[in-house]
Design a protein around this ligand. Structure first.
Ligand code: FCB
Length: 486
């Protein structure tokens, strides 16, 4: 969003405040995604997804890692549910693997795949944990990619059919539905920079994918509304980017990247229009003729809340053509780009501290972001559907002789971001909850297993789970509803 670091009153606050109280309705939970944790890649009729193909393509994922086994959550469901209960989670945000339900992305339900999610949802409810289901967290059935993937309009309709099936089967039990997770990543990293599956690098395809993902969202909301319980909430999760403009050219740089990253999703979904300036900026790439009459009305469906994923911030200006070009967008854009039509924008290195991803730690960005979305759409409730940090954890022997992880930095990161969220609420934001990324260490996409985001440690040799100190800290926060240091 268009926030500026210099103007923010939040900066005077150091985000380590203690004693902040979260009300009884605020929903504390944690998040995961199917391909990142489930494993069991070919069990019980599951079809291949684009992440199976991509991770098995040499050179695409660090160390050649794949999600074949991951955390083996598929086979350790009961143990993981018990762990969530022990931590006191009030909600669990998971994603459904489309190709477990429809192995080729179309056709009848694969009942054994569906049974897994029924057990998951029933197990959550039995433990008093609210199920929040994401329908699409990047694992498109490979068969649909073979027909064009998100560059094909038909994929949006296939997604709507899948959404309806899920709504019919689980619509009486799921508290919150999230259609898409971070369509920015699906479109620009999947079809633009090629850093994510399916690994295509084409500006036209990336922008086409943006529209078809938006359309898929709108169609899916309509289908869900028709079949799920009236009290179920329906949302989408966006990774809205916080851009800090630098110098004289900062505002123009910001306008361009804010347009691509934020407004191309927010405006059709919430206002029913595409931003004219972005269509004009990208006119040399595409005429956007894939937007059909009536599409923006279909995309703009009433939402019960907006899910926001937040990790760090960006500093931008227009490149002056001098010296060495910085490109710190962190998504290895060459040879394709995650920023079609915005090649003149330079992403400057951010001041630290940083997480293990190299992402800067900036809790003020979360406060600014929540407030700016709220100011623009005051009636829309918000939820942080992901926030967390990767650090190089060390396993030590705890006082009781059992393994322990004293992840002070992760706890501090979470503490500061919860404080920032609290601060946003004090400024009027209707923030409904917070899902920490992630419940457990998992397959971090292009980085494989090299980056650990979990509040629970996973030993990838034994698959043993060990709650880190951050999990114990979080558990206490949930029980007391008062923010305290680690
Ligand atoms: C988000 C993704 C999530 C995870 C975190 C670190 O972009 O939604 O799956 O990879 O980043």
């Amino acid at each position: 969003m268009t926030t500026s670091s210099t103007a923010s009153p939040a900066l005077s606050f150091d985000y380590r405040d203690e004693g902040l109280v979260f009300g009884p309705d605020f929903v504390f939970g944690s998040a995961t995604a199917s391909y990142q944790i489930e494993g069991a890649f070919n069990a019980d009729g599951r079809g291949p997804s684009i992440w199976d193909t991509f991770s098995k393509t040499p050179g695409k994922v660090w160390n050649g890692d794949t999600g074949d086994v991951a955390c083996d959550h598929y086979h350790r469901l009961e143990e993981d549910l018990d762990l969530m209960q022990k931590l006191g989670l009030e909600a669990y945000r998971f994603s459904i693997s489309w190709s477990r339900i429809q192995p080729t992305g179309r056709g009848p339900v694969n009942e054994t795949g569906m049974a897994f999610y029924e057990r998951l949802v029933d197990g959550l409810i039995a433990r008093g944990i609210k199920p929040l289901a994401t329908l699409y967290h990047w694992d498109l059935p490979q068969a649909l990619e073979d027909e064009g993937g998100w560059t094909s309009r038909d994929t949006a309709y296939a997604f709507a059919d899948y959404a309806r099936l899920m709504g019919e089967r689980l619509g009486n039990r799921i508290a919150g539905w999230i259609t898409l997770n971070e369509p920015w990543c699906s479109a620009y990293l999947g079809y633009g920079s090629g850093a994510h599956a399916p690994g295509r690098t084409n500006d036209v395809e990336a922008l086409t994918a943006v529209h078809h993902l938006n359309l898929a969202h709108g169609l899916a909301v309509k289908e869900l509304r028709a079949v799920v319980s009236a009290d179920a909430e329906i949302a989408v999760t966006l990774n809205l980017h916080v851009f800090r403009p630098e110098g004289e050219t900062g505002p123009e740089a910001l306008r361009r990247v804010d347009g691509l990253a934020n407004r191309l999703f927010l405006e059709p979904m919430l206002n029913g229009t595409y931003p004219a300036d972005v269509l004009a900026d990208t006119a040399g790439i595409t005429a956007w003729s894939f937007i059909h009459d009536g599409d923006t009305q279909l995309i703009c469906q009433p939402l019960d809340f907006l899910g926001i994923n937040y990790y760090s911030t960006n500093r931008v200006r227009i490149w002056d053509g001098k010296g060495e070009r910085t490109n710190a967008d962190g998504h290895k854009p060459a040879p394709g780009t995650a920023w079609p039509g915005a090649g003149m924008v330079e992403f400057l290195p951010q001041p630290g501290p940083y997480t293990e991803m190299g992402w800067n730690i900036d809790p003020a960005g979360l406060e600014d972001l929540l407030v700016s979305v709220h100011e623009r759409w005051p009636d829309l409730p918000l939820m942080v559907t992901e926030n967390g940090a990767a650090f190089a954890d060390e396993v030590v022997t705890g006082a009781d002789g059992a393994p322990a992880v004293h992840d002070v930095e992760r706890t501090d990161y979470l503490h500061r971001h919860f404080a920032a969220a609290h601060r946003a609420m004090q400024r009027g934001v209707d923030l409904r909850g917070y899902q920490v990324w992630s419940l457990m260490d998992n397959f971090e996409w292009g980085y494989g297993y090299s980056k650990r985001f979990g509040i629970v440690r996973v030993d990838y040799d034994t698959l043993e789970r060990t709650p880190k100190d951050s999990a114990l800290w979080y558990s206490r926060l949930i029980a007391e509803r008062v923010l305290r240091a680690g």
